[in-house]
Design a protein around this ligand. Structure first.
Ligand SMILES: [Mg+2]
Length: 244
């Protein structure tokens, strides 16, 4: 029975922007403000941020503005971004949540699943965004608080590199093993699907971000969902291939 129970446990690694929180919100505004303050008057070709790590966004932006993307320049830009993000607390946080997210995060642990983050946000940015929405408690390393669990923008050079970091941290924190077939990335961007595939773990793609549903679906993730308002297909997918 204990083994059956253990088999049914999955590690759910959540992306933040476009997956838990609606895209194009607080983060983008804080980033643009930081840029405006540091590099007033410099223009650039805009490019989509979704699925990129904060460090990649900062680096690509500096390059697009004709500024040498030194480690120091990236660091300074992200530090000011975090300061400006603190001013972006929304007055109506529930409107920024993607459908079904609050209920899903509450019910997953009751089913025995463990939650953590796999996000391109630097950890300080992830904490601010989740705290604004009242979601940070679901991802704390300890029930009574502690740091956020998972892998963040500063932990790797590319998204797939975040997966082993998150899994190792979660195995330490939860005291159990999460084999690749029991590890799921839940994200809204083609980059989430690609990262899961590259890292050899499962992926649930959810079309609440900036990517057209048909584009996401065409990538053939292990599970495709329009949003998280009905978690039943996710629970079913997690148990697929396991004895009933
Ligand atoms: Mg995303």
């Amino acid at each position: 029975m204990a083994l059956q129970q253990e088999l049914r446990v999955a590690l759910l690694l959540f992306d933040i922007d476009g997956t838990l929180i609606r895209p194009m919100g607080v983060g983008r505004r804080a980033f643009e403000r930081a840029l405006g303050e540091l590099y007033a008057g410099r223009s650039r070709q805009p490019f989509p941020f979704d699925g990129l790590l904060d460090t990649q966004i900062a680096l690509k932006t500096l390059v697009a503005m004709g500024i040498e993307p030194t480690a120091r320049a990236v660091e300074d830009l992200l530090a000011l971004y975090i300061r400006r993000l603190k001013d972006e607390r929304p007055s109506n946080p529930e409107e920024h949540l993607c459908p079904g997210v609050a209920a899903l995060l509450a019910s997953a642990p009751r089913r025995g699943h463990d939650l953590a983050l796999l996000t391109g946000n630097v950890s300080q940015g992830a904490l601010l965004k989740l705290a604004f929405m009242g979601l940070d408690g679901h991802f704390r390393a300890r029930r009574e608080g502690g740091e956020l669990l998972g892998a963040f923008g500063e932990d790797a050079q590319a998204r797939a590199g975040l997966v082993p970091v998150a899994v190792a941290r979660c195995e330490r924190a939860f005291g159990k093993r999460f084999p690749p077939e029991r590890t799921w990335l839940i994200g809204d961007s083609p980059r989430d699907v690609e990262a899961a595939r590259e890292a050899g773990v499962r992926c649930a793609a959810v079309a609440t971000g900036l990517t057209e549903p048909s584009v996401l679906q065409a990538l053939e993730p292990d599970l495709f969902l329009l949003d998280l308002s009905d978690p039943a297909p996710l629970w079913a997918a997690l148990n697929q291939g396991l004895p009933a």
